[in-house]
Design a binder for this molecule. Sequence first.
Ligand code: NAD
Ligand code: ZN
Length: 249
Amino acid sequence: MKEKIKKAAQLINSANYPVAFTGAGISAESGVPTFRGPDGLWNKHDPQEAVSLSSFRNQPKKFWQFARDLIISSGASPNPGHRALARLEKQGKLKSIITQNIDMLHQEAGSEKVLEIHGSLQKVDCQDCSQVYLWQELTATLKKDKLPRCDNCGSLRLKPRIVFFGERLPEDILQKSWAEAKRADLMLVIGSSLEVYPAAGIPELTRQNSGKLIYLNADRGSRTQLFDLIITGKAGKVLPKIADRVIQK
Ligand code: NAD
Ligand code: ZN
C-alpha cells in the first residue's frame, strides 16, 4: 500500500493537468449510501420507480422515500477524502473534479472547480408552478417523515435539479467534462463502479489522449485493464495520505 501511495503521489507531482473523477464511493464514509453493493440503495428501491421521470409525474412519493434514505444521515459532511482533494486543488495539484455525485460534499469541503454531471440537490423546482426551493428548506419536512409540498400550489411534484432516468445529462457540463478529460494527462478515478454510461466513458477519454489513470476504489472493479495504478482501499483513508505526500514535496 505504501508503495502505491508513493507511486500515486509521484504521478500527481509529475502531471501537468491532473483531474479527478468521483462517484458515490467517495461519499460512503460520510454516511451517504452507494447505489450498488451490499448496502446499496438499489437493494431497497427500484431505480426505475424512484428516480425516473415518467414515474415521478404520477408517483412523486416514491422519489421522496428514496431521497429520505439517501439523506438519512442528513447533515452528512465531507470526509477526509473530500478534504484531501480540496487541499490538492488549493496547491495547484488538481485542476478540477468531475463528479457523478449529487450531494455537494466536494464544494462543502472547499473544492472550487467541480463539474456535476448528474446535477445536484441544491435547487428544487415545483413542476406545476414556477416556485423554486432550496434542498435545505425541504429536509426538515423529510426528517419528520412527511412529504414536502409546494407552498404556492400544493403540488407534491417538487423535483431537484438532478438527472433522473429518462433525462439527458446537462449538455454544457458534459462538454466541459469531456474537455477536462481530454486535457488531463492524469485522472484519479475514485469510488465509482464505472458501470453507468456516459459517465463511465470519461476516464476512457483521458486514456485515448495518452493520459494516465489511477483507480482508487473499495474493490478492484471490472475495468482493471484501463488503469496504470490500482489502489484498493477507502477513499477517506488513502486520499489524505496521497495528498500529504504530494504536498510535502
Ligand atoms: P456506485 O454505487 O455504482 O459505485 C460506488 C463504488 O464505490 C463501488 O465500486 C464501491 O466499491 C466503491 N466504494 C464504496 N465505498 C468506498 C470507499 N469508502 N472508498 C472508495 N470506494 C468505495 O456509484 P457510482 O459509480 O458513482 O454510481 C453511479 C450513480 O450513483 C451516479 O449516477 C451517482 O449520481 C449516483 N449516486 C450518488 C450518490 C451521492 O451523491 N453521494 C450516492 C449514491 C449514488
Ligand atoms: Zn407549485
